[in-house]
Design a protein around this ligand. Structure first.
Ligand SMILES: *Cc1c(COP(=O)(O)O)cnc(C)c1O
Length: 400
């Protein structure tokens, strides 16, 4: 067994310093729980950042990965791949989309979307059209084009020049999109609910207004559902809440229960702009990750239980957090969320609260500086939420 102190030292010595890591080595997980190398148990409300939709090491996903690993792990996309075909079929049958492209992450899915927008727009909307309007405070990933699309200067700092072709507008302001349209605009790209930006919900008619603006101006609408997709908000995809469909959608986080897989989905019309050799990925959609994706989707879609549980537990979590807000009005500013993507905005930075929760055996996340973000497995139970609430109460009591 690796000594924890040694592991932390080696981590410093051998890994690039790109994450503000907690001094915690996680070794094992089951359902809602993870265990550290020194044997402590934690209740996990981070869920790999909205990745572990079925909890850690769900038996159906584990068996699917084991079986596929024995049969075939990887072959080139120059050949047809059965699990990839099957996963694409399930995604198409349960979404607005007609075609799927597989890659390995959320950022890559957005890169694929950006390339598809440019190719489609040049060929079908106007040869000068390549600009994409995105939202302030948005997050689309860390690769250069995805970072350029992200409306957060603090993430871009030091990596300039950004990829040209993005214009930023305030989220929840449909008129601002109208005003930002130029003769170069090709698309609007949004997260239906901003995740990293602090769990910012769209106003009730915002997304339908944006859809209308795009349709009237012959622009594509791209939804980045990397965080909101795969059941996170109580429906398989967040756009289903708003009575509209995008032209392109990107997925990743929850799609493979933790194996690296991303997907970019589009209507048949828009997809047709991609021709052989326009885009590709060595690992994208390989047999192993698609088997995991297929097991994940099948478990979610099987009987509707998972999505039901997500909606019920999301409401229960919000109710419990609102009760805490009544008790600690000087610490808690607002609770907001949909399904099991829930944010609690504090009146101060939330680093200390996260640390205090870890000390009490509960993992939670802090985003946008002062927003505690909860994104547990969709299978979380009442008793887990009750325990979280008890721990938070203790933490806030000490803070106040
Ligand atoms: C996490 C996230 C990404 C980036 O995904 P990676 O897999 O880290 O590249 C992109 N968009 C949204 C909305 C995300 O939440």
């Amino acid at each position: 067994m690796m000594d924890v102190k040694k592991a932390l030292e080696d981590s410093d010595n051998y890994l690039m310093n790109t994450y503000n890591r907690f001094p915690l080595v996680l070794r094992k997980g089951r359902g809602m729980k993870v265990w550290s190398a020194d044997g402590k148990e934690y209740l996990d409300f981070v869920g790999g950042i909205a990745v572990n939709v079925l909890g850690h090491c769900h038996p159906k996903v584990v068996v699917a990965i084991q079986k596929q690993a024995q049969r075939l792990i990887h072959v080139s996309n120059y050949y047809h791949i059965e699990p990839q075909i099957n996963l694409a079929k399930v995604l198409v049958e349960h979404s607005f989309a007609d075609k799927v492209f597989f890659c390995n992450s959320g950022a890559e899915a957005n890169e694929a979307a950006i390339k598809l927008v440019r190719k489609y727009a040049k060929e079908n909307i106007g040869t000068e059209r390549f600009e994409i309007i995105t939202a302030d405070n948005s997050f689309h990933g860390r690769t250069l084009a995805a970072l350029s699309a992200s409306g957060q200067v603090k993430l871009q700092k030091g990596f300039e020049p950004m990829v040209p072709g993005f214009r930023y507008v305030p989220f929840n302001d449909a008129d601002a999109i109208k005003k930002a349209i130029t003769s170069k605009t090709a698309a609007v790209m949004l997260e239906p609910i901003q995740g990293e930006g602090g769990v910012r919900l769209p106003e009730e008619d915002y997304l339908s207004k944006v859809r209308k603006i795009c349709s009237m101006n012959n622009l594509l609408l791209v939804f980045d559902e990397v965080q909101t997709g795969i059941g996170r908000t109580g429906k398989l995809f967040a756009y289903e809440h708003y009575g509209i469909t995008p032209d392109i959608m990107t997925l990743a986080k929850g799609l493979g229960s933790g194996v690296p897989i991303g997907a970019m989905l589009a209507t048949g019309e828009v997809s047709s702009a991609f021709k052989p050799a326009d885009h590709g990925s060595t690992f994208g959609g390989n047999p192993l990750v698609c088997a995991a994706g297929l097991a994940t989707l099948n478990a979610i879609l099987e009987d509707g239980f998972v999505l039901d549980q997500c909606r019920r537990m999301g409401e229960y979590l919000i109710q419990k957090l609102n009760a805490l807000k009544e008790d600690f009005p000087s610490i808690i500013a607002e609770i907001r969320g949909r399904g099991l993507l829930v944010g609690m905005e504090l009146t101060k930075e939330c680093g200390a609260a996260v640390k205090a929760c870890i000390e009490r055996g509960v993992l939670i996340n802090c985003t946008a500086g002062n927003v505690l973000r909860f994104m547990p497995p969709l299978t979380v139970q009442k008793k887990d939420i009750d325990h979280l609430a008890t721990v938070l109460e203790d933490v806030f009591e000490r803070m106040s």
